[in-house]
Design a protein around this ligand. Structure first.
Ligand SMILES: [Zn+2]
Length: 667
C-alpha cells in the first residue's frame, strides 16, 4: 500500500448552519473514496467513489453500523441493532477507526447484555477493510453472527443500466428486477445472499464500475453470508420501485456481511478481515483485485501430469467390471481418452473401501488400451445401508444445533476418526492407487451442514465443517501422491483455494469469471447432448475439457456421430494450436475487439505475447459476419476452425456458420 498517497482521516466537526445543532462526524478519505461515520453511533452515513461520483450511501437517515444475532431462550430471531446502542468508544489510529460498543441493548431485553463488539474499519488504496472482535461476557447467551459491515443502502449507480450481484459462478440481478432467493415465508423482504468463502468473492456492479468484496481466508475458517434485501419490496413482477419512496418508506437495498462466530458465553472471537474495494471499468478490473490478493496467498500447483492434455472425457456409471473394459474399447474407437467412473465401489463395503469384483484387472486392461481411468470418490458421505455405517461411521455423523443430524449421511471431517480413515484406508487403498486419477466430490454443505455441534467429536462446539473438509481433502491428496506421484487428484471446485492442491476441477458451471481467475487450471465440463454444439463451443472458448455423459438415446457413442466428430475436431484443433488456445493465458474479451452479432469470444495470449481469439456464432439459424482487431497490433492474422484446421489468411472479415467457431491468430 502506498501509505503516503493516502490523504487520510480527519475528525470533522461540521456545524450545521441554520439548525443550531452540531453533528460530529469522522471521515476516511483518499483519492479514491470517501467514507463518513457518525460519531454518536458509528453509523456509515456516506460512502462515495470519488473517481466516478457514485454515491453508494447518500441518505444519512439510512446509516447503519452493525447487527448481531443473539437468540433468546424464547425467541431465536433476536437481533441487536447497532444504531440503538449507546455511543461507541472510538479510537483512531493512522487510517484505521475502531468502534467499541459495550453493554448491548435491544427492545426485547430489560437490561443490557454483557457483550462487547469491537468493529474496525481501515482505509486501503481502493476501499475499506472491515475486521473486529466479539467479546461475550454474558453468562447464558451465544452470539451466533455479527453483521459487519452493515450498509444501510447500496444505491444504483446508473438507473439506465443493469446492476447485478455476482460471485465466481453466479450472477443475480439487483436492478431493474430483484430476485428473491428465499421463500416468502422466511424473509421480511426480497433477499439474495452469497456464501463465502465457497463463492470466492462477491461483486455489486454494472458494466462500468463496481465494488468487489472477499474475505481474507485461504483455509476456510469462517462462514460468511452476505446479503442484499429490497426494502420495502417490489413494485410489481419482481421489478424494483423506480421512485425513491414507496408506501412511506425509503426504497433501498441494504447490504450486510454476516460472520457466523457462534461466540459462546465467556468467550471472545476475532472476525476475519473482509475487503470491499472500488473499481472502475468492466468486471475484469474488480476480479483483478481479487486475483492479485489470491496470487499472493494461494500458490498454485504446477500441474505437469497427464491432466495438461486436451483429452476428451466421458462420465460413466458401471455396475460390473466388464462394462468398464467394453466402454474403454468404445472410447478408443471414438477418440475419447479418459473415463470418469462412478459405481466402482461395492454396495456394502464391509468396513472398507472395496471395488467391485475384477475392478483392478479391468482398470489395467483399460490402461493398456491407452484409456485413463479416473475414479469418483466421496469420503465425507456414508452409505447408510452399509455395515460400515452401522459398525463405525454413524458416530461421525454431523450433528446440528438441535442435537440431531440434518443429513444422516454427512460425516464430520473434523474428527480424528475420519482423518484416520482417510489416511489409512482411502489414501492407501489399492483400487484408488491403481487409477490414473481421482475426482473428489466431498460436498461442502450438503443438507446445510455448515457446522457440527457434536460434543463427542473432539472439536470445538460448534466448528465450521468446511475447515475440516478442506484439510481432509488436502491430506488425502498429499498422502496418495506420496504413494503414486503421477496420479491426478481433482475436485468439483467448491473452493477456489483448492487449486493450491488439486490438479483440476470438474466445472459444469460455465463461468467466464472462473476461467478468468483460474486461467490455467484444468477444467472438465459435461456437455448436454440436446445442446451439444453450444456446450462444446463454450468448452472450446473457455478451454474446458469436453466430457460426454449421454443418455438421450442410450449412452453408446455410436448413437451421437455428429457430436463425437465435432469433439474430435476440437481436440485436433487444440493440439495443433496448443501454444495459443491450450497453453496460453485466458483473457476473456480483453485485448481484442470483435464486431459481429450474436457472437461470444475469448482472447488467449501465448508465452511470446502473441494473441489469438476464439469466436463463436451463437445463432442457430444464420451465418454471422465478423471483423476483428487486436489492440495495438498490426501483425497479419490467420484463421482456422474445427472443421477447417489448416490456417488461411484473414482478409478483413469472416463468415461463421450457425453454432460454429473460428480461431483467429497473430502470425
Ligand atoms: Zn463433528
Amino acid at each position: 500500500m502506498k501509505a503516503n498517497a493516502l490523504k487520510i482521516i480527519a475528525f470533522c466537526c461540521i456545524l450545521l448552519m441554520g439548525t443550531g445543532c452540531s453533528e460530529k462526524q469522522l471521515k476516511l478519505e483518499n483519492d479514491h473514496l470517501l467514507a463518513v461515520f457518525d460519531i454518536s453511533n458509528g453509523s456509515l452515513l456516506k460512502l462515495e467513489n470519488k473517481k466516478t461520483k457514485w454515491d453508494v450511501i447518500y441518505r444519512k437517515s439510512l446509516g447503519q453500523s452493525f447487527e448481531m444475532l443473539v437468540p433468546l431462550s424464547w425467541k431465536r430471531y433476536h437481533y441487536i441493532d447497532g444504531t440503538e446502542q449507546s455511543p461507541p468508544m472510538i479510537n483512531v489510529s493512522g487510517n484505521k477507526i475502531s468502534f467499541t460498543w459495550t453493554s448491548l441493548k435491544s427492545k426485547l431485553l430489560d437490561k443490557p447484555l454483557d457483550i462487547t463488539f469491537i468493529g474496525i474499519v481501515e482505509l486501503t488504496d481502493n476501499g475499506l477493510r472491515y475486521s473486529g472482535k466479539v467479546i461475550n461476557n454474558d453468562s447464558t447467551h451465544t452470539v451466533e453472527y455479527v453483521g459487519w459491515p452493515y450498509w444501510g443502502e447500496v444505491s444504483i449507480p446508473d438507473t439506465t443500466k443493469r446492476f447485478v450481484c455476482e460471485s465466481m459462478n453466479q450472477t443475480k440481478e439487483l436492478y431493474p428486477s430483484f430476485t428473491n432467493e428465499q421463500g416468502y415465508w422466511g424473509v421480511d423482504y426480497p433477499t439474495q445472499s452469497i456464501t463465502l468463502p465457497e463463492s470466492a468473492f462477491l461483486t455489486m456492479r454494472n458494466d462500468e464500475q463496481g465494488i468487489i468484496g472477499y474475505s481474507e481466508q485461504v483455509v476456510p475458517k469462517e462462514l460468511i453470508v452476505a446479503s442484499n434485501e429490497l426494502i420495502p419490496g417490489w413494485d410489481c413482477n419482481s421489478m424494483n420501485p423506480t421512485t425513491k419512496e414507496m408506501d412511506g418508506q425509503l426504497v433501498r437495498i441494504p447490504f450486510k456481511v454476516n460472520h457466523f462466530t457462534f461466540t459462546a458465553p465467556q468467550k471472545s472471537q476475532d472476525i476475519l478481515p473482509f475487503d470491499l474495494l472500488f473499481y472502475e471499468g468492466t468486471w475484469h478490473k474488480g476480479v483483478d483485485l481479487y486475483k492479485n490478493w489470491r496470487k499472493a496467498v494461494m500458490p498454485q500447483i504446477n500441474c505437469n501430469n497427464w491432466m495438461r492434455e486436451p483429452y476428451t472425457w466421458r462420465y460413466v456409471t458401471i455396475s460390473k467390471s466388464q462394462e468398464l473394459v467394453d466402454l474403454a474399447k468404445e472410447c478408443k474407437q471414438y477418440g475419447v481418452s479418459v473415463l470418469q467412473v462412478n459405481g466402482w465401489r461395492t454396495p456394502d463395503n464391509q468396513n472398507d473401501v472395496k471395488g467391485i469384483e475384477g475392478l483392478a484387472s479391468a482398470i489395467k486392461t483399460c490402461q493398456k488400451m491407452g484409456i485413463k481411468i479416473v475414479l469418483d470418490l466421496q469420503m465425507n458421505t456414508a452409505d447408510k445401508h452399509s455395515s460400515w455405517y452401522k459398525n463405525e461411521l454413524e458416530k461421525y455423523v454431523i450433528i446440528n444445533m438441535y442435537g440431531m443430524p440434518t443429513d444422516a449421511q454427512m460425516l464430520c471431517p473434523l474428527t480424528q476418526g475420519m482423518t484416520d480413515i482417510v489416511e489409512n484406508r482411502y489414501a492407501k487403498n489399492s483400487y484408488l492407487q491403481s487409477a490414473d486419477g481421482i475426482i473428489i466430490n466431498d460436498n461442502n454443505n450438503s443438507g446445510a451442514t455448515f457446522f457440527c455441534f457434536s460434543p463427542d467429536h473432539g472439536h470445538a462446539v460448534p466448528e465450521f465443517v468446511q475447515t475440516g473438509t478442506y484439510n481432509l481433502d488436502k491430506d488425502f491428496t498429499g498422502e496418495i501422491k506420496k504413494a503414486k506421484p503421477d496420479i491426478a487428484v481433482l475436485g468439483y471446485g467448491f473452493w477456489d483455494a483448492q487449486t493450491t492442491y488439486y490438479d483440476g476441477y470438474r466445472a459444469d458451471g460455465r463461468s467466464d469469471k472462473n476461467r478468468y481467475v483460474n486461467t490455467n487450471t484444468p477444467m472438465i465440463t459435461v456437455i448436454n447432448e440436446r445442446k451439444a454444439r453450444e456446450d462444446m463451443n463454450f468448452c472450446l472458448k473457455n478451454r474446458c475439457n469436453i466430457c460426454y455423459n449421454f443418455s438421450f438415446i442410450g449412452r453408446e457413442l455410436k448413437n451421437y456421430p455428429l457430436i463425437v466428430k465435432y469433439g474430435q475436431e476440437i481436440e485436433a484443433l487444440r493440439r495443433k494450436y496448443a501454444d495459443f488456445i491450450w497453453n496460453g493465458e485466458y483473457r476473456d474479451v480483453l485485448d481484442a475487439t470483435v464486431n459481429g452479432e450474436n457472437i461470444s469470444y475469448a482472447v488467449y495470449r501465448n508465452k511470446n505475447g502473441r494473441k489469438a481469439m476464439i469466436i463463436i456464432n451463437n445463432r442457430t439459424d444464420d451465418v454471422s459476419k465478423v471483423s476483428v482487431s487486436i489492440d495495438g497490433s498490426n501483425k497479419p492474422l490467420v484463421v482456422a476452425s474445427p472443421e477447417n484446421i489448416e490456417e488461411t489468411i484473414y482478409n478483413g472479415n469472416i463468415s461463421i456458420d450457425p453454432l460454429s467457431a473460428v480461431i483467429v491468430m497473430e502470425k
